[in-house]
Design a binder for this molecule. Sequence first.
Ligand code: 8X3
Length: 256
Amino acid sequence: MNLRDKIVFITGASAGIGAATAMAFAAEGCKLLLAARRAGKLAEVALRARERGAQSVYSIDLDVRDYRAVQTAIDELPEEWAEIDILVNNAGLSRGLDKLYVGRIQDWEEMIDTNVKGLLYVTRAVVPGMVVRGRGHVINLGSTAGEMTYPNGAVYCATKAAERAINDGLRQDVLGTPVRVTSVDPGMVETDFSLVRFHGDAERAAKVYKGVQPLTAEDVAETIVWAAGRPAHVNIARVLMTPVQQANSLLFSRNE
Ligand code: 8X3
C-alpha cells in the first residue's frame, strides 16, 4: 500500500519509538499528526519530520490520560486533518521495578492510566471515524512483557497484557469493516524507557542493556511502517520482535 499523503496520528511522539516512527512515516511522504505532553521536544521532532519528507505536520500538546482532552483534540481537528488513516498508539511508559507488595501506588496509576486507559481513550476517539469512512489502521505498541511476566514488573507486564487483549478484542470488533488492527511487540529497545522506569537513575538504566545489543527505536519504527504498508486485504495481527540476544522477557545471552 502506498503510504504517501496518509494521515498518521502518533501518540507519545516526542521521543523514543514514537519519534522514530514519525521519521519513518515522514520518509514515506505521510502527513503527521503528532501528540505528546512535552511541547518543546515535540516541536523538534516536527521540524525533523518536515526535513525528512513529511507532507505536513500538525502537533498537539496532549496528555492521553485525560479523556476529555483526547476527545476534544480529535473533535477539534482542522478539517484537513480529521480523516486519520493510521493511528499509532505508542504513548506508554514503565515506572519502577519493585516487588508487587511494596510497589508505589503512584507508579501503578501512571502506567495503568497511560498504557491502558490512555490507549483506550485515543482508540475510542479515533476508531469511530475510521469505521464510518471505511478505512483505517490501528497499530498498538505491545511488548514481550505482555506475553511473559517478569519478576518485579507485574504491573507494567499487566498493562501490556491488557494491550494485547485490547488489540485482539478491537480486531474482532471491527471485523466486517476494512479497518485493520496490529500489535507490534518489542523486547529490549534502547530508548529512555529504563531511565523513565528508574526515575532518572542513569547508572541503573545502563545496566539493563549491559552486554546486549538492543533493538533500536528505528528497528521498531520500520516494522510499524512495514505493517502499515501491507496491501489493504492483509492484516498483520501481531509482531513479536526481540534482539538476537533475547529469547523472551527472562532469557538473555549477555556478552561477558
Ligand atoms: C519493554 C520490554 O522487557 O523491558 O516493553 O519490559 S521490557
